[in-house]
Design a protein around this ligand. Sequence first.
Ligand SMILES: [Zn+2]
Length: 331
Amino acid sequence: MKLAVCLLALLFIVVEPRTIEAAQRRPPVQRASGPAYIRLTDWARSRNFELRWLKKDETLQLTRQSARLSFTVDSNDADINGVGVRLLFPIAVRDGVPCVSQLDSQTTLDPILSPPRSRRSASVTRICLDPGHGGRDSGNRVGSHLEKTYTLMLAQELATQLTRAGYKVTLTRDTDKFIELSDRAEIARRRSADLFISLHFNSAPNSASTVRGAEVYCMTPVGAPSTNARGEGSSAGWYPGNRSNEKNVLLAYQLQKSLAKNLATEDRGLHRARFAVLRDATTPAVLIEAGFMSNPSEGRKIFDAGYRRQIAKSIVDGIGAYRQATEQKRS
Ligand SMILES: [Zn+2]
């Protein structure tokens, strides 16, 4: 079962899977109750992938030069070039044919595999870092360690490294002060940021102290359920954050890839959530849960400046990969 991320206050909404409004440029090949699905065989052929079952009706793999995707029937968990990605809807088999939701095709797979290009004038130069929590909102607490302290220290280290790499950096807070969730994206907008990155550390209950790893969230597309649907509200409608659906998922993917590759921890994958800071964002935006304070071993590392430097370096590399993908010509 998915553990709650660090802050229920950050959560907003989500709904049942329902008909999808945003995704209908092409008519769906198949439609049952629930989301529209398309044949994965057609999808693969049109994108030059070879599809084969690793285990009939259970696991399948799609390969082409320099790309490999793995899917499991009835599961949302996918693997894209070695990176964990949580699909919006599970892979299904209809009449013996594997199918993927049309919304995943358009807002998960295609943006990652064929990155959206930016106009030169839209390139990434200014980055807004958002250290989670602050002031009267401590975030997670493990012993005397407060999440708000470590998100700020990580943000300051990351700001140093990004500045050294040539970016302009702005922080939603650089002291221990409280900022409303609703103000954080607004601060990024006012300061003309090109990217918004919210930084957090996770926690699990005592009974799950072995849980560890990094995960990255981006905004849930219209009509889809979030990973953390439990206990959320009632609207899967449109928010400003949906303007950047394609870039959101590409940024989240590149960051998850870099964190999973560079930190010796578990790859918990890319997820979707309608967190307030992602919902209101007017630029591509992600929320990073960089590790579990509640895991004794990972917690010790998070409280150590050397490890936070590694986290920061991984984020710098992920932003670099995103920038390269969006600014290069589509092949
Ligand atoms: Zn948090």
